[in-house]
Ligand binder design. Sequence first.
Ligand SMILES: [Zn+2]
Length: 195
Amino acid sequence: MKVVQIKCPRCQQPINSKVKDLAFYCSHCRTMHVRDGGVNVIDFDIAEFNPGAQQDRVYMPFWRLFTNFNINQSKSAGGAIYKLGKFLGGGSNSGNVFIYIPAWETNVSEFKHWAIGLTEAQPMYSLRNDFNNIERTPTVVTREEATQMADFVIVTMEAEKPGTLQYLDYSLNVQDTRLVYMPYVRGQNGFAPGL
Ligand SMILES: [Zn+2]
């Protein structure tokens, strides 16, 4: 595997990293930056593991998009819109929704599974300061790509219940992006949540 050495844009400390990871973490000053054309220091969270999750820990990166959502008009067989209605609550037509975009290399079905899983069941987590040498899966999706996928996640989520959604006219604005490292443990059937 090819390793490159680059410098932290904040403290100039050298960082060794695998080239395929867009996100670089400086353990000296705890800065995360991405190299996706430019060099950009970003906001990020490292979620704490459940103390019970001891074995085979791994961090998976998600872009968490803080969005403002407005439904202009909708029509569905069941009356109310299915998932978004729950987020927005009380018959409201607008509100804020966190959308989680898997940032590692996935295929379409995995992408849907992970994106919808976390977006539907918004995780609660406490923060930690450092990765503490736990492996992290490389980030390959840029912030811009993640922002472009927000619509795909919303529409896929609403279309999950076949035949329900007939018409949805909405606007979605991404107000903030953050790279969130979520804890998982490797098991026989793939990854299990480590929260
Ligand atoms: Zn640094």
